[in-house]
Design a protein around this ligand. Structure first.
Ligand code: UDP
Length: 216
């Protein structure tokens, strides 16, 4: 093979992204999809090779690309810096069952799992994870290293800042044009929360209606 396409992280998130990457590559004979993980010990993961970053860098190939596949956005940020320093290009992975509407701008390294939707005029930063069944509605602005667990309902005119984590099944009320609802940097929205107003940076909110549980 001449090209290596790696999924960085061989745990839950990574094993959910690998099949999407393989499908995206079709049956290209010159591309090997494999895992990179700092804990790699030489054993295969779901029948695919799993290397350390150093081993990955030492493979004699013409192209090396990687998608960051750890759900924790702070870890993705750290891994992105390492990969960038090693001049490894980033892949985006988009499931075949993803729906993309008009005029969105999406940064490098994004992952869109099956049955996700990005509606029109959305702006998304780098290394976004949009897990199964989640949507981003019209006019949202999403920062870098943001993570959506499955089934997040992110309605129109919402702004989500860098590093925020939105838990499974959370519902965020739509903002208004010119007055978006804002989820602050590194905030955490708990599973099933129904968010009716702004969430400050670093806050953890839970419940319906969502209330502050504590700060990160
Ligand atoms: N990992 C890594 N380097 C890091 C942090 C994590 O290679 O700096 C790997 C770790 O060894 C594990 C995976 O990433 O295999 C993270 O798995 P975890 O189950 O914690 O998270 P998830 O897959 O659910 O995002």
């Amino acid at each position: 093979v001449a090209r290596l396409h790696a999924v960085y992280g061989a745990s839950g998130a990574g094993r959910g992204i690998m099949p999407l990457l393989r499908a995206q590559n079709g049956n290209a004979a010159d591309i090997e999809c494999l895992y990179v993980d700092d804990a790699a010990d030489g054993t295969l993961v779901n029948s695919q090779r799993c290397l350390t970053l150093e081993q990955f860098l030492n493979e004699p190939v013409s192209e090396r690309k990687i998608v960051l596949a750890v759900a924790d956005g702070a870890i993705r940020r750290r891994l992105a810096e390492r990969c960038h320093a090693e001049r490894i290009g980033f892949l985006s992975v988009v499931a075949q069952q993803h729906v993309r509407m008009d005029a969105s701008i999406i940064g490098e390294g994004a992952v869109f799992s099956p049955f996700t939707t990005v509606a029109s005029n959305v702006q998304i930063g780098k290394h976004f994870h949009c897990n199964i069944n989640s949507y981003v509605e019209h006019d949202c602005v999403i920062g870098d290293f943001v993570t959506f667990a499955p089934s997040v309902c992110c309605n129109g005119n919402i702004q989500i800042r860098d590093g925020a984590y939105i838990g499974t099944g959370a519902v965020i009320r739509q903002g208004r044009h010119g007055a978006p609802l804002t989820i602050g940097e590194n905030a955490v929205v708990g599973m099933g929360a129904v968010v009716l107003g702004d969430v400050a940076p670093g806050e953890i909110v839970v419940g319906n209606p969502a209330r502050v549980m504590r700060r990160v």
